[in-house]
Write a new protein. Sequence first.
Length: 94
Amino acid sequence: MTDRLSNTYNSTMGGAKQTVGNTLGSEQLASSGAQQKAQADAKQSAANAQTHASGVGNNIKGAAQKAVGGATGDQSMEARGHGNAALGDVQRNV
């Protein structure tokens, strides 16, 4: 969560710097703010993609566990499958 907070902070601060720089006519401040915001937004997009990929993996793992657990009567494995599938759903929707 720390990375997400840091990215949000840097995106917000970068946008504010850009706005202030544009308002005051300071190209250097505006440029610095735009760069800070763009970097934070790119990092956040990468983090979101990684979390989504982990979610897809957990969905696949959960589906396999549910299928094997159901076929073999292993209720524990089937329950783990439901848990992993739920975790995957959460991760994909972050």
